[in-house]
Write a protein that binds this ligand. Structure first.
Ligand code: COI
Length: 355
């Protein structure tokens, strides 16, 4: 056992599983790398932090997160740059966001030494698990959850913070078909929509299941109050190009503040594209579609990166958007992101973190 940073102990696996995997061709979230980081919070402080072989954790049925869902998570990616060196994308932004999510769920904040230094140490150890194929990455999933052995209804006193990682290719294998629902809502003003908490995702499953049964990939959510304004689609933020203006729902408090969203908007602005972050109603989109003024729609997310949207169903009618090869905005920004991540162009934003 090796101790690093006087905080993190490392126990390396005696049997790497990497040779058993084709890491450039694995479906999203099914294969996990050799190691994980586990940190424990108890007695009002962070206790031990260890990197161990990826494996089981032991829990009891009274574990509080199983009852009240006090759990938040993150998603970020590690890439190999054009020189074959490992890099992380916007690690600091994920660090900030997990602590915002934790605050909303009444959980103690995670120190930088654990999230940032621990994550870097873990990925350094599992660098060989970073795929090299162009649309692939090592998807890193930090999770943070309540571990009191109690069904008492209150914020827990003890927590686990775990980081695992998984080689992955594209999340969506084809342009995405969305359906607008007014039957369910994802989030409302004052709720947890802006936090990356586990319950937001479980709460979407039924609507997503019904969407899939109707032949769509995901739901396009509307605001919880008027069911009028477009929010996001759960797996990603969304944007529309109408009359050459890029319009994306503003962060009202019920939408996740996507890091890919922020990166894409920054790049668009720097490319001279007119960007509007504002309320956009589904009726505005439908009218623009009828008038032939929508040239593209796309999603932005860590797992999904930039995903073209091909169809939006609203009130039983499919809006079929222009073919992908006629679109210029999303593909251009995706390429710019790729170039920054792989180091083909210099990163003027400080998004890339070398390992
Ligand atoms: C991510 O993009 O990192 C997410 O957590 C979304 C999830 C649908 C995989």
């Amino acid at each position: 056992m090796q101790i690093v940073n006087s905080q993190i102990s490392i126990e390396k696996t005696s049997h790497s599983r990497i040779k058993e995997q084709d890491i450039n061709n694995t479906p999203f979230g099914k294969v996990f790398s050799d190691h994980m980081l586990v940190a424990t919070y108890a007695n009002n402080s962070w206790q031990e932090v260890k990197i161990t072989p990826y494996g089981n954790i032991s829990i009891r049925p009274s574990l509080s997160v199983l009852h009240y869902g006090q759990a938040v998570f993150e998603g970020l990616k590690a890439y190999k740059n054009y020189q074959g060196k490992p890099v992380l994308f916007r690690l600091e932004a994920n660090y900030k966001r997990i602590n915002n999510s934790a605050f909303r769920l009444c959980m103690p904040s995670i120190p930088k030494e654990i999230f940032i230094d621990g994550l870097k140490e873990l990925i350094r150890l599992d660098t060989d698990w970073i795929p090299t194929k162009s649309d692939s990455a090592l998807y890193i999933r930090p999770i943070y959850f309540a571990t009191d052995e109690s069904v008492g209804l209150k914020p827990a006193n003890s927590y686990k913070f775990i980081i695992l990682s998984s080689p992955t290719g594209t999340f969506y294998s084809a342009p995405v078909k969305l359906i607008v629902t007014d039957k369910y809502v994802r989030a409302s003003e004052g709720g947890t929509g802006a936090a990356k908490c586990a319950g937001n995702y479980a709460g979407s499953f039924l609507a997503d299941k019904e969407a899939k049964e109707q032949g769509y990939d995901n739901v396009l959510w509307l605001d919880g109050k008027e069911k009028k304004y477009i929010e996001e689609c759960g797996t990603m933020n969304v944007a529309f190009v109408i009359n050459d203006v890029l319009i994306t729902p503003k962060l009202t408090g019920s939408i996740l503040g996507g890091i890919t969203r922020d990166s894409a908007l920054t790049l668009f602005r720097d490319m001279g594209v007119k960007v509007e972050e504002r309320l956009i109603s589904i009726d505005e989109v439908a009218k623009a579609y009828e008038a032939g003024n929508i040239s593209e729609a796309f999603g932005m997310g860590t797992a999904a990166t930039i995903a073209h949207i091909s169809v939006i169903n609203y009130q039983g009618k499919d809006m079929i958007l222009p073919p992908v090869d006629e679109r210029k905005y999303a593909s251009q920004v995706l390429q710019k992101l790729e170039d920054i991540k792989t180091g083909k162009v210099t990163d003027p934003y400080g998004w890339i973190c070398q390992l």
